[in-house]
Every structure is written in structure tokens, then in C-alpha cells.
Ligand binder design. Structure first.
Ligand SMILES: [Zn+2]
Length: 209
């Protein structure tokens, strides 16, 4: 066994607006009966969270309706790195040129995104591995709230929050809703949350401890 979590991260919320947006989403979740208003000891890594409410299934896929959530919702506000909890991310995609870069592989082995059908290569654009650059950027972002990584393929500096991570395993932001040991959410639920967040871009980070 283990503990699973799924987190909806607001990628666009600034530090100042995160508490207000957090409250709006929690108010809606409570009004729907998805979580309870009062907080208790029901999440990992935080002292208090919102336990599941009587209508938790409004968030979950029908197939999972016999898997009842056992733990609660932790709301993170402030500068936070959200990751899958176990391994380093395997790959990351540049939002400018759509090239996917494997993070543990030789930097010459860039994999073009097949969505655009191109098979261009970008040899010799990186010398010393890509993952260490991201590690440095994550450190900077934690400290200052801003960091960019030059894309190994198109050489543009891309702000850390704009990179697209493989397998929903990583995001940075100022607001995240982390549900512990809940069934998988429906796309409709995730869309509703994004609407409540003023239509901000969101990431959906899965993890296991
Ligand atoms: Zn690029």
C-alpha cells in the first residue's frame, strides 16, 4: 500500500491572490459537500486538512465510486514545489518549441513532439545534462519566486512555471489543492476548479509516498 495524493495546482495565481482563491474553492467544495468545513488531522505533511464530505463522489470518476476517500484536503498557499514524491521527473516539454527533453538521457537525444509531425534534430545544444539546470532553477524559484531554464532545443529562456512535465509529476505555484487517498477526479471536477480559479492554467500532479 502507500499513500496516494492528487493535487490541482494553480500555475498562474500570484502570491497575493492565492489566499483569496483558496478560500473561494474551499467554500465551493464545502457548499457541494465534497469536503467538510472544519479541519482536522487528516492529511500528510500538514497539521490540518478538510476531511471528505457526504458528497465526495461529486469529484470522483464513477468507476471509482466504491473507493471511498480515507483522508482529506490540504490547501497550500505560498511558494510551493509540487512533485510526485518519489523519482525525479523523466522528461519536460518546452512550451515554445514543443520539444520534449528527457531529463536523465544524453542531452543530444532530444525527442521531437510527434504532435507537429516534425522529426528535426537538435544535436549538440546542451553540454552537461539538463536535469541539473532544472534543479538549480527550482532552488532559485524557491528562494526568489522567479527562475528560467534555457530550452536545450530552441535556446529560449523559459520561466520554470511554464515548462510542461511528463506524467503530471511536477509543478511550481503559489496555490495547490492536495487530496490524500481519494479516487481519481473527473475532468469535469478539475474544469470546475479551474473556473473557480478565474480560468487560470492548472496542473494535475499525482504522487505516492
Ligand atoms: Zn524550446
Amino acid at each position: 500500500m502507500g499513500d496516494y495524493f492528487q493535487t490541482i495546482v494553480d500555475l498562474d495565481a500570484g502570491e497575493d491572490e492565492a489566499p483569496r482563491l483558496a478560500q473561494r474553492v474551499v467554500d465551493w467544495l464545502v457548499a457541494e459537500g465534497i469536503v467538510l468545513a472544519e479541519r482536522e488531522d487528516c492529511v500528510l505533511g500538514q497539521p490540518l486538512g478538510h476531511p471528505p464530505g457526504p458528497h465526495w463522489e461529486r469529484a470522483a470518476a464513477e468507476d471509482d465510486a466504491d473507493w471511498e476517500p480515507t483522508d482529506g484536503l490540504a490547501v497550500h498557499t505560498g511558494r510551493t514545489v509540487f512533485d510526485g514524491g518519489q523519482d525525479a521527473p523523466e522528461a519536460v516539454t518546452c512550451p515554445r518549441c514543443a520539444t520534449t527533453t528527457p531529463l536523465d538521457a544524453d542531452p543530444h537525444d532530444l525527442v521531437p513532439d510527434d504532435a507537429d509531425g516534425s522529426d528535426q534534430e537538435h544535436p549538440g545544444t546542451a553540454g552537461d545534462g539538463v536535469w541539473p539546470r532544472f534543479v538549480a532553477a527550482i532552488t532559485d524559484w524557491r528562494r526568489t519566486g522567479a527562475a528560467a531554464v534555457d530550452c536545450p532545443a530552441c535556446a529560449q529562456p523559459v520561466p520554470l512555471p511554464e515548462w510542461v512535465w511528463a506524467d503530471d509529476c511536477f509543478a511550481v505555484g503559489h496555490l495547490g489543492f492536495e487530496f490524500w487517498n481519494w479516487p481519481e477526479f473527473t475532468p469535469r471536477f478539475r474544469t470546475r476548479i479551474a473556473e473557480l480559479l478565474d480560468g487560470h492554467r492548472t496542473a494535475y500532479v499525482w504522487g505516492k509516498l
